[in-house]
Ligand binder design. Structure first.
Ligand SMILES: Nc1nc2c(ncn2[C@@H]2O[C@H](COP(=O)(O)OP(=O)(O)OP(=O)(O)O)[C@@H](O)[C@H]2O)c(=O)[nH]1
Ligand SMILES: [Mg+2]
Length: 518
């Protein structure tokens, strides 16, 4: 089958789901067929990653850092109350999408950002679509969301709707129309993965939002498969408040993040500390050579003086010194006190350091690289499974919503056939992975690690823990592990472990077949 979206499908399972939709389309009602068309469109699009979290947790700042461009308004303005989707486009363009489906082009502000104020009635705005040429967006669509826990009920409901938590607001009265009704729209509109932003305190509504998301994104318990969390604003943590930090900010952040990970379990696998503000400045061109010069000037100051200035933002900007107050304010906005202090240290260690190397040092200090890597491993490697699972959930929901029992049956039968295919095994593997990662099924640590390795990598060498090994060795190893897991499933495992073990056994078996036939 050839359709435009298939060239970009995430993998074999997405391909099977796409084929299912194509095949069924002529056999179902116009309304269901319209839903399938939407499912197909989404299957072919990059993974939809929502950046979610409490108000002012630094979501938009992190979005800018990830895209590598300061484009999402931060701090104030109407836009922080709206959902903005950043997707790849061949020309930079921003559109306001209204609730009635109408669209209006929105010119960029003079600083290249999406204007903070839209100049339209915000009550009638559904969301903003930003098409950008940045290459990162070819791999994923990033969705900036308004803060949860804000006082503004409208923006909360916009986010919850996007995350799939919305109640179906009204029953549709347009029976027979080809338009998607709310049920279908919600079924196909939910984000597929979430980057959850928390700051120092994890509260009840953080848990709630994550729970709502995981419940909505997959027909099965999804958990750590499609959610990762970051502890943002790591620079603002007072190390004295964290036992065992030894006064080190990053160590304190790491310890705190570990604690939060246990609180947020099983919704997320772990929590990575990050400093979004520094990452944004380093990645989006915000940190300039003039800023590097200013850091060099500050590095010349007497250390006692500098340490005093770094006690608070007020002292830093109001202290009498040779670096102009305006310059200091600018540094503070881009790096905050921790970033300034870190930058000065880098200069002192290496007085000849270039602006580029300084930018690189700041980026390293921000923790963004680890977040990117995690995104790549967790989301990119699992995109096929995640997208296919989301698409199947939508297809199921569309069938459920259908008034025709024969149509419902036809769709369910087709799904059954699909689930029996070898490529559908990765859905079961994702499920097993979730059970193990969340601790719902207890496994000895080395076995847990093995399950995670097999389930989290796209490359066979990496799945087998033997990257780059020759094929015969990979085949032999896969076969050996397949046998081991089969006997573990039969002897020595608890019933829950046994179910996981069967899935892992089959995963190894399929890997063995693949390597053997390659
Ligand atoms: N010190 C520090 N400040 C940060 C960091 N990340 C963001 N900020 C600041 O926090 C404020 C809020 O950042 P935003 O990115 O607008 O937060 P948001 O979560 O998008 O806010 P809403 O959309 O209004 O909910 C801004 O002043 C940022 O500069 C960080 O890592 N460290
Ligand atoms: Mg925001």
């Amino acid at each position: 089958m050839t359709s435009p979206e298939q060239g970009r499908l995430a993998g074999p399972l997405s391909m099977s789901v796409a084929n299912l939709c194509h095949r069924l389309q002529p056999q179902v009602s116009a309304r269901t067929a319209a839903g399938f068309a939407e499912v197909l469109r989404r299957l072919g699009a990059p993974l939809q990653v929502a950046v979610a979290g409490r108000i002012k947790s630094g979501k938009s700042t992190l979005v800018n850092a990830l895209i590598g461009r300061r484009v999402a308004p931060t701090d104030i303005g109407e836009c922080t109350r709206l959902v903005t989707r950043f997707q790849y486009g061949t020309v930079d363009r921003v559109e306001i999408v209204f609730t009635d489906g109408r669209k209006q082009v929105l010119p960029f502000a003079s600083d290249g950002m999406i204007p903070a104020e839209l100049g339209v009635d915000i009550e009638r705005v559904s969301h903003i679509e930003a098409y950008l040429t940045n290459a990162v967006l070819q791999g994923m669509t990033v969705i900036d969301t308004p803060g949860l826990g804000s006082l503004d009920a409208a923006s909360v409901s916009r986010t919850e709707q996007l995350l799939g938590a919305a109640k179906h607001r009204k029953e549709e009265d347009d029976e027979g129309s080809d338009e998607l009704d709310d049920t279908s729209r919600n079924a196909v509109a939910g984000a597929e993965a979430v980057l959850y932003v928390v700051t120092q305190g994890v509260r009840a509504d953080d848990q709630q939002a994550l729970a709502a998301f995981t419940a909505a994104t997959a027909s099965r318990e999804a958990g750590p498969v499609n959610a990762i969390a970051v502890l943002n604003k790591a620079d603002t943590i007072a190390p004295e408040s964290v036992e065992g930090s030894g006064g080190d900010v990053w160590k304190a952040a790491t310890l705190l993040a570990e604690k939060q990970a246990s609180t947020l379990k099983p919704r997320v696998a772990d929590v990575l500390p990050v400093i979004g503000l520094i990452a944004e400045s380093a990645e989006s061109g915000g940190f300039t050579s003039a800023d590097a010069d200013a850091l060099r000037q500050l590095a010349e100051l007497d250390d006692d003086v500098l340490q005093t200035m770094l006690i608070s933002a007020d002292i830093f900007t109001s202290w009498e010194c040779d670096v102009p107050a305006g310059t200091r304010l600018r540094l503070l906005e881009k790096l905050d006190l921790f970033g300034v202090s870190h930058g000065v240290e880098a200069v002192r260690k290496e007085p000849e350091i270039t602006a580029g190397a300084l930018r690189r040092a700041l980026l390293d200090a921000s923790g963004l690289e680890a977040v990117r890597q995690r995104l790549a491993v967790v989301f990119a490697a699992r995109a096929d499974g995640i997208k296919a699972a989301a698409a199947l959930a939508s297809v199921t929901a569309l069938a459920h919503a259908s008034a025709d029992p024969a149509e419902r049956q036809r769709v369910h039968d087709a799904i059954e056939v699909l689930l029996a295919k070898p490529e559908a095994h990765q859905l079961r593997l994702l499920e097993a992975l979730t059970l193990v990662a969340s601790g719902a099924v207890d496994m000895p640590e080395d076995l847990s690690e093995e399950v995670l390795r097999v389930g989290s990598n796209a490359d066979i060498g990496a799945q087998l823990g033997k990257p780059g090994a020759p094929r015969p060795e990979l085949a032999a190893h896969a076969l050996e592990r397949a046998g081991w897991w089969r006997s573990f499933a039969s002897f020595g495992a608890t019933p829950a472990q046994s179910r996981v073990a069967h899935v892992v056994h089959r995963a190894y078996f399929l890997i063995w077949q693949q390597v053997r036939d390659a």
